[in-house]
Design a protein around this ligand. Structure first.
Ligand SMILES: Cc1cc2nc3c(=O)[nH]c(=O)nc-3n(C[C@H](O)[C@H](O)[C@H](O)COP(=O)(O)OP(=O)(O)OC[C@H]3O[C@@H](n4cnc5c(N)ncnc54)[C@H](O)[C@@H]3O)c2cc1C
Length: 381
């Protein structure tokens, strides 16, 4: 494995950091308090090319490989403090646009991908239901064939981006007696009659990323909007969730690097008992733990990007990345706040927000208990 970056990749990383620092952090404390998503920042990121990174140029993307995409996301995490915006972009990219690109017909790709890449369209996946979260394949939203359409009935919840989304990849069952073999995915436009998008949920963190429920009441979806074949929903979900788990936290490498730099600066400057607090072993050890977690997480992530680029990588590899980076991000955020003492606890220092934001990563894309189950299942216990 070789993780030596080319001059071009490093220049791109630098450009993403500069762009993100300048363009994406506007009014963040206020927007976080008001649960406000920034469409303006979304459009700027799309225009810069971040949203279309891994997609081919023929649809308007950048055609970047996975490692380069991860490096750009890392740079985004370093420069952009708006974790909600980054989360919304990742949900759109890996759970909305990717399945359409990977499993869509040429017609579906031509219809949706250019808009999903250039920022005009926002997408996401609708899997979770009020009664089925971790046990996702027990879903109950039905799709019944009726002439040229399928009629959808049911409810989805905790759907990221839903209040601002234009396109949903929705998982249904066409035959509950068949279990996971009945699961079928559809591309559903947000303005389809019979689909109601709920109000923005109030969350502990990543508040600038909107979320709501979706209600389907005799919602007629044209047959041509089925994604791949009847009964292939589980294959589609497995593919996108694996990519989501592996890539959705790439930005935390940049975030944790910034957190470490800020904690180090403060530990050098802040004096108590006549010396810098960094001279106290308790504080220095906390900073050491932050450094080791960052570098271990970086290698685990790059290793997966390299594997994907070689056409390798299994579910266990993506689950390990998701598990490690989410726990590392939570702890790094707590440690940064902790090093800053009372100042870290104040909203204006923008450190407590990271703690609130980071915690969500233990839950989405499958809780960390579920990641451990995936990893355990490969250990031949
Ligand atoms: C910020 C955020 C964004 C989200 N975005 C989306 C989205 O865009 N689309 C979407 O479809 N969903 C989304 N979700 C939903 C998310 O996928 C679910 O919340 C998650 O899968 C857990 O499901 P649940 O909340 O129903 O918890 P449950 O499955 O009820 O789990 C409750 C607790 O039991 C534990 N548990 C459950 N089963 C097991 C088991 N077999 N072994 C060990 N422990 C277990 C869990 O780890 C957890 O601690 C989002 C959630 C969050 C928090």
């Amino acid at each position: 494995m070789d993780f030596a970056w080319s001059e071009e990749q490093l220049a791109f990383r630098h450009a993403v950091v500069e762009f993100a620092e300048k363009e994406l952090n506007d009014r963040l404390v206020e927007r976080d308090a008001q649960y406000e998503f920034s469409r303006e920042a979304w459009n700027k990121a799309a225009e810069f090319g971040i949203i279309g990174l891994p997609f081919p140029e023929e649809y308007g993307g950048q055609g970047a490989d996975y490692l380069t995409t991860m490096l750009a996301m890392e740079a985004l995490g370093y420069g952009c403090r708006d974790n909600g915006l980054i989360f919304s972009m990742n949900a759109h990219l890996w759970s909305g646009a990717l399945p359409i690109y990977r499993f869509g017909t040429e017609e579906q790709k031509r219809k949706y991908l250019p808009g999903l890449i250039d920022g005009r369209l926002i997408s996401v996946q609708g899997m979770t239901e009020p009664g089925t979260g971790s046990d996702a394949y027990a879903l109950t939203t039905t799709a019944v064939e009726d002439g040229d359409h399928y009629v959808l009935n049911g409810a989805k919840t905790f759907i990221t981006n839903a209040p601002v989304a234009d396109v949903f990849v929705v998982f249904t069952t066409v035959d509950r007696s068949k279990g996971w073999l009945g699961i079928t995915a559809f591309i559903v436009d947000a303005d389809t009659p019979g689909l109601t998008v709920g109000k923005n949920f109030h969350k502990m963190g990543i508040r600038t990323s909107p979320m709501s429920e979706l209600i389907f009441e005799d919602c007629r979806v044209p047959k041509e909007n089925m994604l791949a074949k009847r009964g292939s929903g589980m294959m589609i979900f497995n593919h996108s969730i694996e990519h989501e788990r592996g890539a959705i936290l790439a930005h935390t490498i940049g975030t944790m690097e910034r957190q470490l730099e800020e904690a180090l600066t403060y530990a050098r400057q802040r004096k108590q008992f006549g010396q810098s607090i960094g001279k106290f072993q308790a504080v220095s050890h906390r900073l050491v733990d932050m450094k080791v977690r960052l570098e271990a997480g970086r290698l685990l992530l790059y290793r997966l990007g390299w594997m994907w680029d070689q056409g390798k990588g299994k579910a266990i590899d993506a689950s390990m990345v998701k598990l490690f980076l989410s726990e590392a991000w939570v702890q790094s955020s707590i440690d940064t706040m902790w090093v800053h003492g009372g100042y870290g606890y104040m909203v204006e220092t923008e450190l407590e927000r990271d703690v609130r934001d980071a915690f969500s990563s233990r839950i989405y894309s499958g809780t960390n208990d579920i990641q451990k189950n995936v990893i355990a299942s490969q250990l031949k216990l």
